[in-house]
Design a protein around this ligand. Structure first.
Ligand SMILES: Cc1cc2nc3c(=O)[nH]c(=O)nc-3n(C[C@H](O)[C@H](O)[C@H](O)COP(=O)(O)O)c2cc1C
Length: 177
């Protein structure tokens, strides 16, 4: 499997911490993950990697973490057609239950029309929230892993470990196809 580029944005550090856990789990399975803050990233950097993971927190009632928002124009110049991309988002389902991980939905709305091969959809069943921009049309999946360090931190490690196992399977079955 190709090396992976994990691009994260963060205001208070949670999305970076989760990225490090994802990195560690991939590494235990023999896969290299390079982490980069979105504020240091470029379209060229993304173009140079076959597989990307994007991590984004949601802020201020459905708002996009500002470094990601600043990166939108650059992201739209990247060559994402056919590129394998998985998303994860940080949010607070009880504090901001109408906007839970909305920023994942925002990223999905950008990368899907650009032809990205999006992996890692994640079931909504263990969460309680009223609305999210990150929901699949059937509303039973998020467009990526949802992590809630504010309300369900005790579920985080298990969620990450299941998601990474799911991604490895999805990435490898793509390669075999
Ligand atoms: C003022 C404020 C606004 C927030 N707005 C949202 C929101 O709209 N939706 C959501 O899911 N989470 C929201 N959150 C929760 C953050 O996304 C969450 O704390 C996340 O872990 C922060 O990640 P970071 O440390 O990587 O910035 C908000 C938190 C605060 C303090």
């Amino acid at each position: 499997m190709a090396d992976i580029l994990l691009v994260f944005g963060t205001d208070t550090g949670n999305t970076e911490d989760i990225g490090e856990k994802i990195q560690e789990l991939f590494s235990e399975s023999g896969h290299f993950v390079e982490m980069i803050n979105v504020s240091d990233c470029s379209a060229d950097k993304i173009n140079s990697t076959d597989i990307c993971i994007f991590g984004v927190p949601t802020w201020d009632f459905g708002g996009i973490q500002e470094d990601w928002e600043d990166f939108q124009d650059e992201l739209e110049t990247a060559e994402l057609s056919g590129k394998t991309i998985a998303l994860y988002g940080l949010g607070d389902q009880f504090g901001y239950g109408d906007y839970f991980i909305d920023a994942v939905g925002w990223l999905h709305e950008i990368i899907q029309p650009m032809g990205a091969n999006i992996k890692g959809y994640w079931p909504t069943k263990s969460y309680e929230f009223d609305g999210s921009r990150a929901l699949s049309p059937c509303k039973t999946y998020f467009y990526g892993l949802a992590i809630d360090e504010d309300q369900q931190f005790e579920l985080t490690d298990e969620r990450i470990s299941e998601w990474v196992a799911q991604l490895i399977q999805e990435f490898e079955s793509d390669e075999a196809a």
